[in-house]
Every structure is written in C-alpha cells, then in structure tokens.
Design a protein around this ligand. Structure first.
Ligand code: ATP
Ligand code: MG
Length: 288
C-alpha cells in the first residue's frame, strides 16, 4: 500500500491510548512521520532502561498502563476501519504521556485487515520474546498474534522481568516458562516485581498474571480477544478469573509441561536464527 495512503488511514485513528500522528512528509525519497512527544518515554525505559533506576513505576500506574494499552489495542482490532493488527506490541512501543497514561505507538507499520479476512500473510515483523510461535513460523498475522505479545507485556509489567532471560551461558528462558510453574502452584507473590516491596494489590496481581498467561498460550484459538482482556483486567468478572485460575492449563505440574527451560533453549535459538534471517531479508529488501 502506498505510504501516503496508509498514513492517511492511520491519521484518522484516534483514541486516548494510541499515539496520535501529527503529520507526514513524502517528498522524493524522504519519508517522515511526526508524532506527539511523550515526556515519560516508554514502558521499556521504566522497567529496564534509563528510568528504571531513578524512578519506580508504582502498582496503580502499572494497572492503569495495562488497562489503557489493552484498550488502545482493542480499538485497533475492533473499532478502526479497516481493522488494524499492530504486529509489534512491546515495552518500547508503549509510551507514557505526562499523566502516565499508556499510548500505544508504532502501528504505522501495522497491517490493515481487509473486511472479512481472518489473517494476513506477511513477512514476519516483530521482536524476539514477543512473537507468537505460529506467526514466527508461518508468517500468518492475525489479531491473536497481538494478544500473545500483549500477554508477554503484561507478565513483564507485573514482574519487572524481561521477555527472555539468560539463565546460563547457553540457556535462555522465556518469561512464560518462568511464570507457568509459579502460577500452577499459585505462588503469585513470587511473580511480582520485587522492586515494589510488597506494595501491590493481590487481587489485581492475580488478574494481570492470569490474563497474561491465557493471552500468551501457544494455541492461538484458545487466546482471548482484546475485548475479553479489557473486561478481565478491569475486574468485571471475578467468576471468570477464578475459572481461569482453576482451568486445565494450570493443573499440569511444573515437571509435566514445563521442562526447566532446557529444550526450550533450543527452540528459542531456532527462533533467534529464523528472526535474524528474516531481519536480514527485510533490511536487504528495504535497502537499509
Ligand atoms: N513520540 C515519542 N515520544 C517519546 N519517545 C518516543 C516517541 N516515539 C518513540 N520513542 C522512543 O524512542 C525510542 C526509539 O523508538 P523506535 O520506535 O524507533 O524503536 P523501538 O520502539 O525501540 O523499536 P521498533 O523500531 O521495533 O519500534 C524508543 O525508546 C521509543 O520508546
Ligand atoms: Mg517503537
């Protein structure tokens, strides 16, 4: 789709939790997009980057960011015309305005979903650790890929951990695999960011973590929609949360489904190289 046409569609997308596009320039080979400046930078910078040392993102703010960013993505998925799949939900693409309200950014390279289509086949774009497995392997982008990435983002927000952690020089562990045994054993307090020093609401933590886990499960058809996610995060259905907590997926003992991260490390390195190849491919094609 032509740059100017796509940008014009994106310029019409307006929501309190999306970063507004101010304008663009398409002259000769120049391509420029102007956005509102966000004084509190990104969620990534607060959790792991330059702001993480000097400033602690408190629990209420985290909760507000979780709900706000979910509402922004819900708008892209269901209210924008045509619907939009973001394809790169991650901490650095969730910006924070002066009120610490979440503004989802970078949907400029998202995929517009034609009416009636269930998915869009595309080159894989996204960031390691947030990529839904079926999308990384088959390149089929649909809304549930964003739901998966959002689940990873929620785990990151609650725990302060990175999407993939190095546990030894050869083993890397995805945040989901770290969280799963703790959720199975209902050890929610071990999942929370220790920097919060116990200052959080247990019920909300449980909500965020359980929603994160159902979003980031490997079977795309079992993931919730963003509408379900918003409602669950807002605590509209306590009954549903307890159903999730007692569901089959958390009944496997950690020694069953979870494998300690060892063989996962191999899967991950396959993914890493697949992603590298794809990035290389993309860069070659875009002439970067
Ligand atoms: N409007 C904005 N206001 C403040 N900071 C911004 C704004 N837009 C982007 N940033 C920050 O600038 C940095 C670079 O953003 P950019 O989108 O180019 O890269 P990224 O998000 O790290 O990766 P990707 O290219 O995959 O999106 C990020 O830390 C991002 O959070
Ligand atoms: Mg970005």
């Amino acid at each position: 789709m032509e740059f100017a046409f796509e940008v014009e569609i994106l310029a019409r997308v307006k929501h309190k939790n999306l970063l507004s596009l101010r304008g663009y320039c398409a002259e000769g080979r120049e391509r420029l997009i102007v956005y509102d400046y966000m004084p509190n930078m990104s969620l990534q910078s607060h959790l792991h980057g330059q702001h993480s040392e000097e400033y602690l993102l408190g629990w209420n703010r985290r909760m507000k960011i979780a709900i706000g960013s979910a509402e922004g993505i819900l708008y892209l998925h269901q209210q924008a015309t045509p619907n939009i799949i973001h394809r790169d939900i991650k901490g650095s693409n969730v910006l924070l305005d002066s009120d610490f309200q979440a503004r989802v950014a970078d949907f400029g390279f998202a995929k517009l979903v034609p009416d009636g289509a269930t998915h869009v086949t595309t080159k894989v774009k996204g960031t390691l650790g947030y990529l839904a497995p079926e999308y990384a392997m088959l390149g089929k982008a649909n809304k549930s890929c964003d739901v998966f990435s959002f689940g990873i983002l929620l785990l990151e927000l609650a725990s302060g951990r990175k999407p993939i952690e190095k546990v030894s020089s050869t083993v890397k562990r995805p945040i989901y695999d770290w969280a799963l045994p703790l959720v199975c054993e209902k050890k929610f307090s071990e999942l929370v960011d220790p920097r919060l020093n116990g200052k959080y609401l247990e019920e909300e933590l449980k909500r965020i973590v359980l929603v994160a886990m159902i979003c980031a499960q490997s079977e795309p058809e079992k993931r919730p929609t963003m509408l379900d996610v918003v409602e669950l995060l807002k605590g509209k259905s306590k009954e549903k949360i307890s159903q999730i907590e007692n569901s089959e997926m958390f009944r496997n003992t950690p020694n069953g489904k979870y494998n300690g991260g060892a063989s996962m490390a191999e899967d991950i390195s396959d993914l890493i190289s697949a992603e590298k190849e794809l990035k290389h491919d993309l860069e070659e094609n875009s002439g970067r």
